[in-house]
Design a protein around this ligand. Structure first.
Ligand code: AHM
Ligand code: MG
Length: 334
């Protein structure tokens, strides 16, 4: 017998309040989806999963990219509980309305990124799945029902397909992490009550976008790079996995700050509010961290579209507070 609590037993005890029955059922489906996605990722090239949609495998069959495979897995698995009335995915332009006979029980909305960091798949580096659950005002939800600020989330989480497969979630009363046990095929509680360290000397940002950042972000990073000789009077380390799930997980485990401010393609940032920034911000705040666009708490951004992008700076609260303060002061002349 394992000394670790399995996730089903944990959730039965941990989830409280009006959504607990629905959440237990919805999360059972999400967990099932993540286990299936872990298997698909694990098989990799052996299953012909590594192609782009235009490519063919050695048998001359058109290969499906893992983005599509994982999206299909998630949509199929998450219709079993009967509580999900609508879904929004990074992979689909429009929201998915669930057939009435498959949502008999309730009015919940599921937004997700089935394979975050997917550019890492072909080079065998960690990827993840991110999800966010909202209550819908309508049993037949429309786009407008999804457009709720992140403060309205009732649950959010991610699966990390890394050196181990992990599942991390919050339902608004702390953050807990589970590791997939290959023997029992169950997620077991290994990281109870995750907390982000109050101090850090590590940041994560794609430095190649430096010239596209606004002055407050450049100033923050300049000071980190100056290390002991600069205003911060301490040396900083840098990491960039290019997989937000891996990045946020590292911050939950050993501290740090993650930033995706602005890049060459989009002056408003790369990451999507509804199924990347909001669920991760909910987790980070619940672990004692903070999350901002630079000028606004991410969880308070009013969405205008399901694929809306936002600048993201999250992690260690004192560092995020500093970044916010830099956005409030007049630019320093260079
Ligand atoms: P994706 O959802 O298409 O995978 O894009 C999101 C990912 C994040 O996980 C990661 O932080 C970022 O893109 C990396 O972007 P870049 O390659 O510009 O560094
Ligand atoms: Mg993504």
């Amino acid at each position: 017998m394992s000394k670790h609590t399995n996730i089903t037993a944990f959730l039965t005890q941990h989830l409280q309040g009006e959504h607990s029955v629905a959440l237990n059922a919805i999360l059972a489906d999400v967990l099932s989806a993540c286990k299936k996605i872990a298997v698909a990722i694990d098989k990799g090239a052996l299953a012909g999963n590594m192609g782009s949609l235009a490519s063919e495998n050695v048998q001359g069959e058109v290969q499906k990219a893992l983005d599509v495979i994982t999206n299909d897995i998630f949509i199929e698995a998450c219709q079993q509980s009967g509580y999900i009335a609508g879904m929004a995915s990074e992979e689909l332009v429009d929201v998915v309305e669930i057939a009435q006979d498959k949502c008999k029980n309730g009015q919940y909305l599921l937004s997700f990124d089935p394979l975050d960091g997917s550019s890492n798949v072909n080079v065998n580096i960690s990827v993840g799945t991110i999800f966010s659950i909202l209550k819908s005002a309508n049993k037949k939800p429309e786009l407008a029902d999804f457009l709720q600020s992140g403060t309205e989330q009732i649950c959010a989480g991610y699966a990390l397909y890394g050196t181990s497969t992990m599942f991390v979630l919050t339902a608004g009363n702390g953050v807990n992490g589970f590791t997939l046990d290959a023997d029992s095929n169950e997620f077991l509680l290994t990281h109870p009550n995750m907390q982000i360290a109050k101090e850090t000397q590590e940041f994560a940002i794609n430095m190649s976008n430096y010239r596209f950042w606004r002055e407050p972000v450049q100033r923050y990073i300049d000071e980190c790079l100056q290390g002991e000789e600069g205003d911060r009077k301490k040396d900083f380390n840098m990491r960039w996995v290019a997989s937000m799930v891996a990045e946020v997980h590292r911050i939950l485990v050993r501290g740090g700050v993650f930033m995706y401010p602005t890049d060459s393609n989009s002056r408003s940032g790369k990451l999507r509010l509804m199924y990347e920034a909001n669920p991760m911000s909910f987790i980070v705040e619940q672990a004692g961290g903070a999350s901002t666009t630079g000028t606004q708490r991410i969880l308070e951004v009013q969405p205008t579209g399901i694929h809306q992008r936002v600048p993201v700076m999250m992690g260690c609260k004192s560092e995020v507070d500093r970044i916010v303060a830099y956005h409030q002061t007049k630019p320093k002349r260079k």
